[in-house]
Ligand binder design. Structure first.
Ligand code: SF4
Ligand code: F3S
Length: 110
């Protein structure tokens, strides 16, 4: 079992999650963060930290497609352990429907 980041992280990317992860298994893309499911120890600490409620256990409804997305993107992206600034319009995107198609597969700009 693992936790996964889901659609509502897209364009919100608040990053509160990365500060609490004991095994540093978050990876940063341009507008989304991914959890490496092979590194996640299923502690659940990050779930309540996300202001967008975007982190769920892989056993929850709707998690299934996100497991592979998190795995694939985590392999391509750089590790992130320190919270950076959220996008300036993050609050405007929080809770919006239809963000899936806006997910960028590009790594975060360094
Ligand atoms: Fe990290 Fe725990 Fe969240 Fe997994 S569940 S990503 S180990 S904080
Ligand atoms: Fe995304 Fe929530 Fe973390 S919006 S970056 S999963 S705190």
């Amino acid at each position: 079992m693992t936790y996964v980041v889901t659609e509502n992280c897209i364009k919100c990317k608040f990053q509160d999650c990365v500060e609490v992860c004991p095994v540093d298994c978050f990876y940063e893309g341009e507008n989304f963060l991914a959890i490496n499911p092979d590194e996640c120890i299923d502690c659940g600490v990050c779930e309540p930290e996300c202001p967008a409620e975007a982190i769920i256990a892989d056993t929850e409804d709707g998690a299934e497609p996100w497991i592979e997305i998190n795995r694939t993107l985590a392999e391509k992206w750089p590790n992130i352990t320190v919270k950076g600034d959220a996008p300036g319009d993050a609050d405007d995107w929080n809770g919006r429907a239809g963000k899936r198609e806006l997910l960028s597969e590009k790594p975060a700009a360094t």
